[in-house]
Design a protein around this ligand. Sequence first.
Ligand SMILES: Nc1ncnc2c1ncn2[C@@H]1O[C@H](COP(=O)(O)OP(=O)(O)OP(=O)(O)O)[C@@H](O)[C@H]1O
Ligand SMILES: [Mg+2]
Length: 322
Amino acid sequence: MQPAILAEGLKKRFGPVEAVRGVSFAVRPGEIFAFLGPNGAGKTTTVHMLTTLLRPSAGRAEVAGFDVVRAPTEVRRRIGVVFQDPSLDRELTARENLYIHGRIYGLGGAALRAKIDEVLDLVELRAAADQPVKQFSGGMRRRLELARALVHRPRVLFLDEPTLGLDPQTRAHVWDYIRRMKAEAGLTLFLTTHYMDEAEQLADRVAIIDRGTIVALGTVAELVRRIGGELLYLRLEGGAGCRPLPGVQSCRELPDGRLLLEVEDAASALPRVLEALLAAGIRAREVTLRRPTLNDVFIRLTGRELRDELTRPGATAWMRRR
Ligand SMILES: Nc1ncnc2c1ncn2[C@@H]1O[C@H](COP(=O)(O)OP(=O)(O)OP(=O)(O)O)[C@@H](O)[C@H]1O
Ligand SMILES: [Mg+2]
């Protein structure tokens, strides 16, 4: 089957900055594919190349079967885009925004009016359809942008940080609409996010991108399995740090003073760890066991937290026993 999106060695350079350093991936029709990475990873730059707004410096890409450089008009006809930065006309009503968008795509008449009602229903904005957008909350604007991206029946939808800046409740709603979009329209969705929970909630497959490079690609389950085990958090008396411990694959000191240990099997490792610590005269004051998340995968691959604000220089020193 022809991929909905194909990228081969895609690169973008802005002067001295290599924003995207040769990414390759194929998105299957009907799939929700997420690009997960921290600020500045190259997510928006990739979306801009795939949506024909930026010319790649090297490599190639196809969307809905058309080359983004050689056939940009064919690509644009088949895609919908929700940009990271808002792009609605604030003075117009929701319905007017959608109408103008439809006219740009050559739609009109009763068919366009019916489609507008349909997409307004999908994002539950029918009641606010005739209010100017400047009266909308941030969440309502985001929903309207989702609706607008669907008016011309795209085959591939690009969502750049669809829930950036929204409160948790509104984010959950937007996730629902995104799931509905996939179910109802059979669309292919490419979304970028720096929220690991968003990728975990929505994506069939995730590409983890860091500094312009895809560092891992697979289903959430596949990626998490790469951690290969379970995680133990320990708070030790006297703030004792990492040391060689039985059954422990790696150890990291966290900013809050706890130790994060990777173990193959927590049930068998924990008693041995506590015993070894006691033998060294150290008591554990707190023990927590957790299954790995995508954030743990990111830490393993890059040595940093996915969320920039948690990054602390020096917190990345891994003690490896393998
Ligand atoms: N037009 C531009 N000119 C110069 N540098 C740019 C330009 N656009 C992006 N960059 C740089 O390219 C890198 C990738 O930026 P990009 O916007 O693609 O990241 P992102 O993953 O979308 O980040 P965010 O999560 O903050 O949206 C950054 O270092 C950024 O400063
Ligand atoms: Mg971005």
